[in-house]
Design a protein around this ligand. Structure first.
Ligand SMILES: [Zn+2]
Length: 524
């Protein structure tokens, strides 16, 4: 990986460290007061400045002219550390030196007084990778460290560090950097180096870096080596294997607009522009996760995003949580099906159709219309009368006289749905669309408007769950049979609701480019 900017912009003093305020203040004060511990444990994700902080600490304790705990960055010790030539700073990467011999060597070395500075500083990166023997050897030294020794252990996986080691250190948890922090740093670096990089590209890099400034700077290296000419957002997306947030947020709006056709056309456009649908789907899941996080913690959510993106996120965070969860379920399932689909975009398109369907039949949106931005989320304005439970409409259709099993099914249907939900949350979206066609002492027949839902219910593992739930709710074994609504010639043509749905599917099929007599699903 290209590391020019990373090396060039590595912080050299506490003041230069980006966004780890409590840690740098505590360490600086400890140096100033002469109360530095003998062992520190730096935990946190990669690329957030753990080893940089360790080097700055090494400078600070060895500096000839520190100012209030801050290294001067100009004396012999500071310069030697910056140049990697300081004899009393030992850095080991535990990932490649896991053995007990490596640690013994270090421990032997620590016994001797510093040759150049005041402290011998030992930095062990990825310390969780040490072998058991190596940990034991290290533990002994940490129990009685020489007074001139300062250990800094760094790890990305705290849970893999033995508790006996953790308890002998002072621990600091490094924060993942926010996208805004990273973007700000990147813009500064680009300006210094006279790089012409579009703001949208900067935001893309900041997001792709997932909180790691090191990764962000490496990506900027990569982009800058592409040439001084203006890099388009599309080129950057391709280069970094990332989808821009703008596109993901636009798609989110499409999906929640209640117009499946336009959302699918949006996807078709993306695919024909040569974008990778797997990448797009993963990016969308990531965004949904961000929205869920925001929706869950509200205004206290960490401000990871830059301003304009955050405004949209706030808007998206107002969709009802269960709708969001349902969409995540569907997109997650779609992501898993992409590889086996002959048309890679098909699973995501189906997920969108199913989601919009649910949106229009679900009885859960009544409380939402008032809360959300109704101009944007039009589909939520469905009237309460449109969303009666499916079983209710069967019973009132008066087609066949309700027997006692019907009554029983009707009165327990919601309880049954809740029960299935406790086994498998995503099955609910299919069952909600079901209608009871027949019911007797041993068999329940349901009809489904779409083959997709019928097939979901018919999948062996799903059917087992449903039949188990039926037995538990109705206190007798019930076999489940499913039918496709269009196959039931004698289906009573109900109100305007099924017609509306039929139109939507027709429209979706048109977009899929198949006639309505064919199944839009790939062959199994
Ligand atoms: Zn100095």
């Amino acid at each position: 990986m290209n590391q020019v900017f990373y090396r060039q912009y590595r912080p050299q003093t506490f003041a230069e460290v980006v966004n780890q305020e409590p840690i740098k203040i505590t360490l600086q004060n400890a140096v100033r007061d002469g109360s530095v511990a003998h062992a520190y444990l730096f935990c946190g994700p990669r690329g957030v400045g753990k080893t940089s902080m360790a080097r700055i600490l090494a400078k600070a304790v060895n500096c000839d002219k520190p100012k209030k705990g801050e290294p001067c960055d100009g004396c012999n010790a500071c310069e030697a550390i910056r140049g990697g030539k300081f004899l009393d700073l030992i850095e080991i990467d535990a990932a490649s030196h896991t053995g007990v011999d490596n640690i013994r060597e270090v421990i032997e070395h620590v016994k001797f007084s510093p040759s150049q500075g005041k402290f011998k500083v030992i930095v062990i990166d990825e310390v969780h990778m040490l072998s058991k023997g190596a940990f034991n050897a290290l533990l002994k030294t940490l129990e009685e460290p020489p007074s001139h020794a300062l250990f800094v252990l760094a790890t990305t996986e705290l849970t893999k560090v033995p508790a006996t080691i953790v308890s002998r250190t002072q621990r600091f948890d490094f924060k993942r950097l926010s996208q805004a922090d990273i973007a700000e740093k990147l813009i500064g670096v680009a300006r210094d180096n006279k790089l012409q990089v579009d703001d949208a590209v900067m935001k893309l890099v900041a997001r792709a870096a997932e909180g790691s400034l090191r990764d962000a700077l490496s990506m900027l290296d990569q982009l800058s080596s592409f040439g001084k000419a203006d890099l388009t957002l599309e080129q950057a997306e391709e280069l970094l294997g990332q989808t821009s947030l703008r596109l993901l947020q636009e798609f989110f709006d499409q999906v929640f607009s209640g117009d499946a056709g336009s959302a699918i056309r949006f996807l078709k456009k993306i695919v024909s522009a040569g974008r990778d649908i797997t990448q797009f789907t993963n990016g969308f899941l990531e965004y949904l996760d961000t929205v869920l996080g925001y929706a869950s913690s509200g205004p206290q959510a960490p401000s990871m995003l830059v301003n304009e993106d955050r405004l949209l996120l706030e808007k998206h965070g107002r969709v009802p949580r269960e709708r969001l969860v349902s969409l995540i379920d569907l997109v997650l399932a779609a992501a898993q099906r992409i590889r086996s689909s002959p048309l890679p975009e098909l699973p995501l398109e189906l997920a969108v159709v199913q989601f919009v369907e649910e949106e229009q039949t679900s009885d859960s949106q009544a409380g939402f219309a008032g809360k959300a931005d109704s101009k944007i989320f039009k589909s939520h304005q469905t009237k309460k009368s449109d969303v009666e439970p499916a079983v209710g409409s069967i019973l009132s259709s008066g087609d066949s006289p309700p027997n006692r099993f019907y009554e029983e099914t009707h009165s327990n249907w919601n309880k049954f749905l809740e029960h299935v939900k406790s086994y498998n949350h995503s099955l609910i979206s299919s069952l909600r669309l079901a209608k009871v066609v027949a019911c007797d002492s041993s068999k329940l027949t349901l009809s489904f408007p779409y083959r997709f839902h019928q097939e979901t219910v018919e999948q062996r593992k799903n059917k087992i769950v449903i039949e188990k739930a039926l037995e538990e709710i109705f206190a007798r074994p019930l076999r489940l049979e499913s039918r496709l609504a269009s196959d039931l010639a004698d289906e009573p043509a109900a109100s305007d609701k099924p017609k509306r749905k039929g139109k939507l599917v027709e429209e979706a099929l048109k977009v899929f480019g198949v006639g309505s007599s064919n199944s839009p699903l790939p062959p199994r």
